[in-house]
Design a protein around this ligand. Structure first.
Ligand code: HEC
Ligand code: HEC
Length: 278
């Protein structure tokens, strides 16, 4: 009697275990599907750009992930997590990896609430290099050198450089690759607002060139080619001539190869990231 009961009990337990396995598999499949859909629909992190959530995410990261991925997320036994976005992953895909883990590796799955996972994703994205795809080619270090030798005289990046041309720290965020290539290869094709060239002739015949900053009926201000901000009264000027050409030299492929240009744009794009970091 007792043994039969036991047998039935064992059968029931087996069935229960099978049901549980089926349930878990179903759930996993649903999660995978949801993840894939999230990837396709470009689901946005509810904490995108949220500084408080990033701080919370940092604390969660330290306790749950740092032992494998490193305190700086540059990787130990687990891979570097700071270059994921740079190579084109999405927030949703990182979320899904953290949720499901990597079966067959030591990367664990997580049963944490969605909010906590999104906070970790926000933290990781905040410390990551995130380059728009169009700027991922090229070598940023070479680009920095080229910038230092050819451009820094007239342009600032992150607080360093000259003032004759516009600050380029964030230029890859507001201009496309095509537009930037044109600005460098043929500067006069379209001159940046606030940097139009002007030539002044003083009453004594001296000529001064620069970019016009401000003018009214009585006076005019410009930054001359030695980068000095100068003000003149119109009464002291023999003539004021607006010039269509840019003061920026032309960088044709003889001076700057396509490879150099690639490196330069990559440098500007990474600088724009550094600039965005707090
Ligand atoms: C016990 C070690 C360990 C822990 C803890 C761990 N990971 Fe991992 N993680 C790994 C390993 C190993 C891999 C690589 C797995 C593989 O072979 O694809 C990985 C992969 C990843 C990936 C995919 C990287 C890629 O290149 O696609 C992400 C994202 C990730 N982990 C995030 C996290 C986060 C966030 C946490 C904390 C919530 C965490 N991991 C905790 C070891 C770990
Ligand atoms: C002699 C000074 C000078 C040098 C050297 C110079 N530029 Fe310029 N640059 C300017 C001026 C002035 C402008 C604004 C007029 C214009 O748009 O052409 C400008 C504009 C630009 C713009 C357009 C910015 C915008 O907001 O549209 C880009 C991009 C640029 N420069 C990149 C470079 C790069 C890269 C180099 C080095 C290879 C460089 N410049 C070298 C003076 C210079």
């Amino acid at each position: 009697m007792g043994s039969i009961n036991l047998e039935r009990h064992r059968l029931a337990r087996g069935r229960l275990a099978r049901v549980r396995v089926a349930l878990v598999c179903g759930l996993m499949a649903l999660l995978v599907q949801a993840g894939a859909r999230a990837g396709q629909d470009g689901v946005v992190n509810p904490f995108e750009g949220d500084a408080a959530a990033r701080r919370a995410g940092a604390a969660l990261y330290d306790t749950r992930c740092a032992e494998c991925h490193g305190a700086d997320a540059k990787g130990i036994s687990g891979p570097d997590l700071t270059a994921l976005w740079e190579v084109g992953t999405s927030d949703a895909r990182v979320f899904e990896t953290i949720r499901l883990g990597r079966p067959g590796s030591i990367m664990p799955s997580s049963s944490a609430p969605d909010d906590e996972i999104w906070a970790v994703v926000a933290y990781l994205k905040g410390i990551s290099t995130v380059l728009p795809v169009e700027f991922v080619t090229g070598d940023a270090d070479r680009g920095r050198e080229i910038f230092g030798s050819m451009c820094v005289r007239c342009h600032r990046v992150n607080g360093r450089g000259g003032h004759l041309g516009p600050d380029l720290s964030r230029v890859t965020r507001t201009r496309s690759r095509v537009r930037l290539t044109q600005a460098i290869r043929e500067p006069s094709a379209s001159v940046a607002v606030g940097y139009r060239t002007v030539t002044l002739t003083l009453r004594d015949g001296r000529q001064i060139r620069g970019v016009k900053k401000r003018e009214d009926v009585f006076s005019l201000q410009l930054v001359d080619t030695d980068e000095r901000l100068q003000g003149y009264l119109r009464a002291d000027l023999a003539s004021v001539r607006d010039v269509a050409e840019s003061l920026m030299p032309v960088f044709g492929s003889d001076r700057l190869s396509d490879g150099d240009l690639d490196d330069l744009l990559r440098f500007l794009a990474s600088a724009s990231e550094a600039d965005a970091a707090p």
